[in-house]
Design a protein around this ligand. Structure first.
Ligand SMILES: [Zn+2]
Length: 692
């Protein structure tokens, strides 16, 4: 049966539905959300054709996903799949009869499954479909009849064990609602792609279980909302089923947060302060960003502006004071609660790990920047964009996507970062909790790797959005769009570009609706107005495009029309607000959306990375772009004249010394895109470089 015939009955009889049908099989379906200004294209409407994203998608499909399965199914590497088998009564795990691995591994496995669903949406490989069916069969057996799914508790329960080991919601760090949230999200996507209800039925059961808790023990549920993926999940389930009780549940999940007793609340879980009274992004950054993305989803459906006002405030706080130049968030390994809330009473202080720091506190060597925090931030910014149509959120999303998400996995696709420093220096030998080299497994916390994989698999969904008679273009990348639109009309667009390495984009219209359509092209805030050119069929548009907005061309399009946008960007140096102490007198090289860095691999022997400075004089700063292959990736590197400051080496134990003159020697240095760093063996690296 065709998918469209399965889905049509949901929409029959509504004019709005008829228009929205194209987006109803999308990643985040805001096609009927009262507060949304746009909705996404279907999960299979856009395909990368060449360039960076086509290459990343291929590595994701051929290496990242299959390799991660070898980890998940290995009882000594992960035990994630064995936990499901044991909960389903189908295995013995390592023979111990006990679940192993971190308690949030169920959710991590399901994030990987979401990537699998997305790949299937593009490839339609029947073997993949069959494999997914088999895994869903196991997950269905693992889930408890009342909808609860958390293998770490279900396994002992099935064995008749009692006490804390078998009692749900005993420990809020068990991430039970996180696990069920990812089940719900993945199931909704699976239903949109396959039309099958096998997994959606499990999602309904899980949501009904959460709904029951929300009505019977709301305080316990609120206290256990750790890393709340279920906020997004429940709203997506509402969008898929249109059952009002799931919207009501989504609203209630936010409201019950205020039931957490003040003595128990903390910034570790953003429940020290009622959401509506938060003025600053604080605490555990992954949990904060998941919360904010979930609240944005609730607002999209409910229209409760008392939720949206704090979201805008928090978004400004992060963008203006707490965001790395790479779009990453969560600066600190360990922070303290009051740092984020103008709190001065000592007894209120609670420690928080992987935390948002104070305003402007953005260290480089010790940056935490958990990859999941960046992903949460990107999901949040995407929702802010859908709610406002404001291009600033698209800029922030793109910044995080290229410079915050992509570095989370090695180019070959088998090594992962948990934390993402902006500087690495072998002389800095302070032990830290997490590796600053990508590792083949992160046994105690495997949350980031599948999260990165699903975003890479899904990146094409963020290229376009639709709204009434308007096609929005957010991201540029060589790709095709083919989507049904209003009342059976189609639109087909080919994007030809070398973006993100060059700013010229050619959009060829291959099919267009018979009515007038506005094409809204994102003009990034970092583009330079005087350099931008925008032409339709060779003729410049009358209104010059404005950076930080969408340039709209509205007309009756026909096959053969061509739109040429040239952002004509070139490498620039960025500096930070001087309140960012760790970036004082330093600059970052940015080329279009990409942040660049210097790696020790590219320096001559005996030259320390810390002794390299860039010149602020534009006459000494001619960048030469060159195409190179790093591992399996075709990237553009930048070579630029620099200064080698020949300084005496530092002695052990020496903290300060008299500053002496440093001989300056000209040197050429090569910079690589930050997402490609750390792929050529151990070496020092820095995003920020001294400027002279
Ligand atoms: Zn993570």
């Amino acid at each position: 049966m065709k998918l469209s015939s399965l889905l049509l009955p949901v929409c029959l009889g509504s004019a709005l539905c008829a228009e929205a049908a194209a987006g109803s099989r999308s990643l985040v379906d805001t096609s009927q959300s009262p507060q949304a200004k746009m909705y996404m294209t279907d999960l299979d409407a856009v395909r990368w054709t060449e360039g960076l994203w086509a290459e990343r998608f291929a590595v994701c499909r051929d290496t990242m996903i299959p390799h991660m399965w070898t980890i998940f199914k290995d009882p000594y590497e992960s035990h994630a799949w064995d936990n499901f088998l044991m909960a389903a009564g189908l295995g013995e795990g390592r023979g111990t009869g006990r679940p192993h691995g971190p308690p949030f591994n169920d959710g991590d496995f399901l994030k990987w499954f979401e990537a699998l669903v997305q790949v299937y949406a593009i490839t339609k490989d029947p073997q993949l479909d069959q494999w997914m069916d088999e895994m869903i069969g196991v997950i269905a057996k693992a889930q408890r009849e009342d909808g609860y799914l958390h293998t770490h508790k279900i396994v002992p329960q099935r064995r008749g064990q009692t006490g804390a080991v078998a009692r749900e919601f005993e420990d809020r760090e068990h991430f039970e609602t996180y696990n069920m949230g990812h089940l719900i999200t993945t199931a909704v996507i699976h239903h949109r792609v396959t039309g099958k209800t096998t997994m959606l039925d499990l999602a309904r059961k899980a949501a009904d279980y959460i709904d029951h808790l929300c009505k019977t023990v709301p305080q316990d549920l609120a206290r256990n909302a750790i890393c709340p993926s279920h906020y997004m999940g429940v709203i997506e389930l509402y969008r898929e089923t249109r059952e009002p009780r799931y919207l009501e549940l989504g609203k209630q999940l936010i409201e019950i947060r205020s039931l957490v007793p003040p003595a128990e609340g903390s910034d570790h879980n953003q429940d020290r302060t009622p959401f509506r009274e938060t003025f600053e992004a604080v605490g555990h950054a992954v949990r904060a960003n998941y919360l904010y993305a979930g609240v944005a989803d609730v607002f999209a459906e409910s229209g409760d502006r008392t939720l949206f006002t704090p979201l805008q405030r928090l978004s400004d706080n992060v963008a203006q004071r707490k965001l790395y130049v790479t779009g990453m968030t969560g600066a600190l390994y360990d922070g303290a609660s009051p740092d984020g809330a103008h709190h001065s009473q000592h007894h209120h202080i609670k420690t928080v790990h992987q935390a948002y720091g104070r305003d402007f506190q953005l260290p480089n060597l010790t940056a935490y920047n958990e990859t999941c925090a960046t992903i949460g931030y990107a999901m949040w910014m995407w929702r802010m964009l859908a709610l406002t149509g404001d291009a600033q959120y698209a800029d922030l999303f793109e910044k995080a996507l290229y410079n915050g998400v992509l570095p989370g996995i090695s180019l070959e696709g088998k090594h992962y970062f948990y934390v993402n420093p902006l500087r690495k220096d072998a002389a800095f030998d302070v032990p830290l909790r997490w590796s600053r080299t990508r590792t083949p497994n992160i046994k105690s916390s495997f949350c980031c790797p599948p999260n990165v994989i699903r975003v890479i698999a899904q990146a094409h969904n963020y290229v376009y959005s639709l709204s009434r008679n308007t096609l929005w273009v957010h991201l540029y990348g060589a790709s095709t769009l083919d989507t049904a639109w209003v009342e059976g009309h189609r639109i087909k667009v080919r994007q030809e570009t070398d973006y993100p390495y060059a700013g010229a984009v050619r959009l060829a219209i291959d099919e267009a609706p018979a009515h007038e359509v506005g094409l809204k092209l994102r003009i990034p805030g970092w583009a330079r107005g005087e350099r931008i050119s925008l032409k339709v069929n060779g003729a410049p548009v009358l209104t010059p495009p404005v950076p930080g907005s969408y340039a709209e061309v509205r007309r009756f399009w026909k096959a053969g029309d061509v739109v040429e946008l040239d952002l004509a960007f070139e490498p620039v140096l960025l500096e930070a607000n001087p309140l960012v102490e760790e970036a004082v007198n330093q600059v970052v090289v940015k080329n279009g959306p990409l942040v660049y860095c210097l790696e020790g691999n590219d320096l001559p022997p005996g030259v320390r990375l810390a002794d390299i400075a860039l010149s602020l004089d534009p006459r000494n700063r001619t960048f030469t772009a060159q195409r190179e292959t790093i591992v399996n990736a075709d990237v553009t590197t930048l070579t630029v004249p620099a200064l080698h400051q020949q300084r005496a080496p530092w002695q052990p134990g020496q903290l300060y010394r008299e500053a002496g003159p440093a001989a300056l020697r000209p040197i050429e240095v090569k910079l690589v895109p930050y997402f490609a760093w750390g792929n050529r063996g151990e070496a020092d690296m820095s995003v920020w470089l001294p400027a002279r």
